[in-house]
Design a protein around this ligand. Structure first.
Ligand code: UD1
Ligand code: UDP
Length: 379
């Protein structure tokens, strides 16, 4: 049915939700004649969500404020289902958007399904071979994939996963990852201010994944400490996730060590500058795995599986797992062999070209029969 204007409701809750949804919200806001835009937060994260939204100058229309220290995934999900259900009832949107694989995304998809509202999935189709890893994200993204009316996979590989699972081809649009749009938005024009006094190399470490809590995270931190010890020009920088479980391990293994900076999570603009400043990235983050290749930074992925094989295929990322000695060996190889380092440190962008949000806006408006200005968004 042709329409003059649609009402689009976006749901965010975590730091990556905010960063990857922001470019699409900005794009929809720029077309206010064609769509009304509502931004809702579940408040799954607090400080980390607020700083991510602030980087894009976005404010939410409503906030369920659900973050509590130590709550279980079921408690968090239950709060979201109840809260989002009444938000959707009041707003009566034409389409509900969420990105990726967080609890917020799962709850947005399920609540939309229960209300028979079209759900649009940004960063659709990423898959690992097992629903248990990453936990619980692999389940979340598969579950919302079942009910999505519009799927926006970032890459052809992700689109193939969806088609294999039976998604209707006319509902699947390869757009690139909106995270690459986000990097491009914030990296314009900001000065480099990280560690001007340090003349050697910088290694950046981030770790927070649930499946790495406990022993794997301890092994990661021990490996990082050894890498600093064995490479006297290296400064290790560790922006610590706000989760107390993660911080405790990082403090206990790395606190007070020489040439180790344990820092509060920088806001997104500063974090991008920090990635630009560093020579090597060790991470279990999904978003960082996507951003690093576009900045030409080698990444060692501290996980046993990845739903982002494109970086590995492009040669800028390597899956090393969480074994202490395997991490040390790979990092030392990169830090000691120029040939090996140069091979991995190439700027490629297998995840997007910075126009994902435009494509998502265009495909969505087309889907609802709204006349939209651009054509030829693909190719
Ligand atoms: C969540 C996502 C994960 C994503 C990560 C990004 C799920 C199941 N997991 O994991 O996919 O990679 O966010 O960072 O959705 N906390 C604060 N302040 C904050 C944020 C978190 O104090 O701003 C603490 C709280 O104690 C909170 C805990 O961290 O309970 C964990 O947060 P939660 O959202 O449950 O999971 P994450 O591990 O952050
Ligand atoms: N990020 C940030 N500050 C930090 C660490 C990460 O702004 O201290 C950004 C990062 O650039 C990426 C996103 O947060 O865009 C990734 O978030 P996170 O690693 O928490 O989640 P994941 O991507 O693993 O779901």
């Amino acid at each position: 049915m042709a329409k003059g204007k649609i009402k689009a409701l976006f749901v965010v809750g975590t730091r990556p939700d905010a960063i990857k949804t922001a470019p699409v919200v900005i794009e929809f806001l720029a077309h206010a004649d064609l769509c009304e835009t509502i931004l809702i937060s579940t408040g799954q994260h607090r400080e980390m969500l607020d700083q991510a939204l602030a980087a894009f100058g976005l404010k939410v229309d409503a906030d369920l404020a659900l973050m509590k220290h130590g709550q279980t995934l079921a408690e968090l999900t239950a709060g979201m289902l109840a809260g989002l259900d009444s938000v959707l009832a009041d707003a009566a949107p034409d389409v509900v958007f969420a990105q990726g694989d967080t609890t917020t995304t799962f709850a947005a998809g399920l609540t939309s399904f229960y209300r028979s509202l079209p759900f649009a999935h940004i960063e659709a189709g990423l898959r690992t071979p097992t629903v248990w890893n990453p936990f619980p994200e692999e389940f979340n993204r598969r579950a919302v994939g079942l009910v999505a009316a519009l799927h926006f996979p970032p890459t052809p590989w992700a689109a193939e996963n969806l088609l294999r699972e039976g998604a209707a081809p006319e509902s699947v649009f390869v757009t690139g990852n909106t995270g690459i749009d986000a990097v491009q938005i914030v990296s314009k024009g900001k000065e480099q201010t990280w560690f001007p006094e340090h003349k050697g190399r910088v290694v950046l470490l981030t770790t927070h994944r649930r499946e790495n809590w406990g022993e794997p995270q301890k092994a990661i931190a021990l490996a990082a400490r050894s890498i600093v010890g064995e490479n006297p020009d290296v400064l290790l920088v560790v922006p610590m996730h706000k989760n107390p479980i993660v911080r405790e391990v990082l403090h206990s293994v790395l606190g007070g060590a020489e040439r180790v900076e344990l820092i509060e999570p920088p806001d997104y603009e500063d974090f991008v500058k920090l990635m630009e400043r560093c020579d090597l990235i060790l991470t279990d983050s999904g978003g960082v795995q996507e951003e690093a290749p576009s900045l030409g930074k080698p990444v060692l992925v501290l996980r046993d599986t990845t739903e982002r094989p494109e970086g590995v295929e492009a040669g800028t990322a390597k899956l090393v797992g969480t074994d202490r000695y395997a991490i040390m060996e790979e990092a030392n190889r990169l830090l000691r062999s120029t040939e090996h380092y140069t091979k991995m440190a190439k700027a490629v962008s297998p995840y997007g070209d910075g126009r994902a949000a435009q494509r998502i806006r265009y495909a969505t408006l087309q889907h609802f029969g709204v006349e939209s200005p651009e054509e030829a968004m693909w190719g």
